[in-house]
Design a protein around this ligand. Structure first.
Ligand code: DAT
Ligand code: MG
Length: 149
């Protein structure tokens, strides 16, 4: 069972796209395990984006992600990482396929609306950075047998 950390970034919140973005993961069949509305501290942003430290866009990225509230979510399921990445679209919205979140709503790499973990290992790490274990909910979804064989 994979878990991915999905963030609706500050532009998604400010543009009134929380529901739209959540809905895409929900309709796809991923299962929600945790959700919170919050503003990221600089410290959390530096931990979350530590891998990009030293790259030319790093400071702007930290400024952007801490600039307003976000929605942090943990979504789970078999192949959750790949499914969520496909639903998000390419990092640069201009190259993202129409039908993806970034391809439908974005125009700039620095305003690309969503974050999603890029590997199983990073999914585990990132979810634990944003959620305590007791904030994650294990639940039975009555539609599971219509989503999964
Ligand atoms: P993704 O968010 O698709 O996983 P990433 O992990 O490579 O992409 O980069 C994290 C974020 O950093 C990305 O969502 C937007 C920003 N970013 C990445 N490459 C960039 C670049 N070349 N110029 C400006 N911002 C960039
Ligand atoms: Mg990434």
């Amino acid at each position: 069972m994979e878990r991915t950390l999905i963030l609706v970034k500050p532009d998604g919140v400010q543009r009134g796209l929380i529901g739209e973005i959540v809905s895409r993961f929900e309709r796809r069949g991923l299962k929600l395990a945790g959700m919170k509305f919050m503003q990221m501290s600089r410290e959390l942003a530096e931990q979350h984006y530590g891998i990009h430290k030293g790259r030319p866009f790093y400071d702007a990225l930290v400024d952007y992600i801490t600039s307003g509230p976000i929605v942090a979510m943990a979504w789970e399921g078999k192949e959750a990482i790949a499914a969520a990445r496909a639903t998000m679209g390419a990092t640069n919205p201009v190259s993202a396929a129409p039908g993806t979140i970034r391809g439908d709503f974005g125009m700039e790499i620095g305003r690309n609306l969503v974050h999603g973990s890029d590997s199983v290992e990073n999914g585990v790490k990132e979810v634990s950075l944003f959620f305590k274990e007791e904030e994650l909910v294990a639940w039975d979804r009555v539609t599971d047998s219509w989503i999964r064989e």
